[in-house]
Ligand binder design. Structure first.
Ligand SMILES: [Zn+2]
Length: 360
């Protein structure tokens, strides 16, 4: 499929401005259409460490399809971007996520490359795309794929967030809504089941987790779950970071519990970022999150300040496995603190309690 849109180029000056804003607030937001986790990761690598952006040529980028079960693949990108799920069979190619990602200083739509990779394992058209959430490293290919004929499906809040201008409050940047073609044309509230390629595909919405529009995608027959950014494997998550999109650390923990209850020990779990794993990987991520959360909450109850809590070494035992130059242990503790603080201020949005009383 020919690319419909031009690559969106950003100057280094723009990137520096964006990154300064991100570092200053400890939060991130959609500051340009598509500037999300991938942007933060790339910007952190390129600018936070003082090195030059990688001069990767587009032609060198490969999206690789790796089978994880019969008829189900994970598509990973040689650059930075969210993991894509793919279910193939007689009906169509059914995608979970289709994000943009950074190549050097270019924010690239990669729907054409996604389509080429899909074509390498299936002769069927891309018929459906589910967005696990609205961030552009997961939903950035919506417009291109929809124009090519795919039905885009997501939680109703994803459509709302894609349709709205991004809030300018954090970065003094006002972004226009996504193009109309990018908006999901099929939305749901709590759960939805689709039947494609001999699979029973269950979409489950955990409230206020990574965002307020997350979807767990469960391929029931194969027992494969795509968890989107509820699950970062082997790196501190940005999960509670998107409080501006209704995310929360407690909601993320509850969502991982729910995913484990759905899939059990034998399931295959596809994270939003990082390698595919079994249940043990999800448990490790959940355990790390919950431990850091409990430690931070205890110190907050003692009346310690954010600065004191960040400096308390709460993640020391986890840093070797989970820290990266992009998300250090200290930075992670800071965002857990921010999430807990905002949760205290709005007790009516108790995502943990709501999730517990809302089993799939
Ligand atoms: Zn995300």
């Amino acid at each position: 499929m020919a690319p419909r849109r031009e690559s969106r180029a950003m100057t280094h000056e723009t990137m520096k401005t964006v990154y300064a804003g991100l570092r200053g607030t400890g939060r991130w937001h959609r500051v340009a259409r598509g500037v999300t986790v991938a942007a933060v990761v790339c910007l952190g690598v390129c600018l936070g460490l003082g090195c030059s952006p990688p001069e990767t040529e587009v032609a060198e980028l490969v999206i690789q399809a790796t089978p994880v079960a019969d008829g189900i693949y994970v598509l990973t990108k040689s650059g930075i971007g969210g993991n894509i799920g793919l279910c193939v069979g007689d009906d169509d190619a059914f995608l979970v996520d289709c994000g943009d990602f950074f190549v050097g200083n270019l924010l690239m739509p990669f729907a054409d490359e996604i389509a080429r990779t899909v074509a390498s394992v299936s002769d069927r058209p891309i018929g459906h795309v589910v967005n696990t959430h609205w961030h552009a490293d997961h939903a950035g290919g919506n417009a291109d794929l929809a124009i090519a004929g795919a039905v885009v499906i997501a939680h109703e809040n994803v459509r709302e967030r894609l349709a709205a201008p991004a809030g300018p409050e954090a970065y003094n940047v006002t972004m226009p809504p996504s193009e109309p073609e990018a908006l999901p044309i099929l939305t749901y509230t709590d759960s939805m089941t689709l039947y494609r390629n001999g699979e029973e595909i269950h979409l489950i919405h955990p409230p206020n987790a990574h965002t307020d529009g997350d979807t767990i995608v469960h391929f029931r027959n194969a027992n494969v779950l795509h968890l989107g950014d509820l699950y970062y494997n082997g790196m501190y998550p940005f999960s509670p970071l998107d409080a501006a999109s209704g995310g929360s650390v407690d909601g993320t923990i509850a969502a991982l519990d729910r995913a484990l209850a759905i899939g059990g020990d034998d399931a295959t779990y596809i994270p939003g970022h990082g390698p595919v794993s079994g249940a043990e990987g999800v448990r490790a991520a959940r355990g790390m999150l919950a431990t850091v959360r409990e430690r931070a909450a205890a110190l907050m109850q003692e009346g310690r300040t954010r600065e004191e809590i960040v400096a308390a070494g709460l993640t020391d035992e986890f840093d070797a496995t989970w820290a990266s130059p992009i998300m250090t242990g200290d930075a992670f503790v800071g965002i857990v603190y921010d999430s807990l603080l905002s949760h205290q201020q709005t007790p009516e949005t108790d995502a943990t309690e709501r999730a517990a009383s809302d089993d799939p």
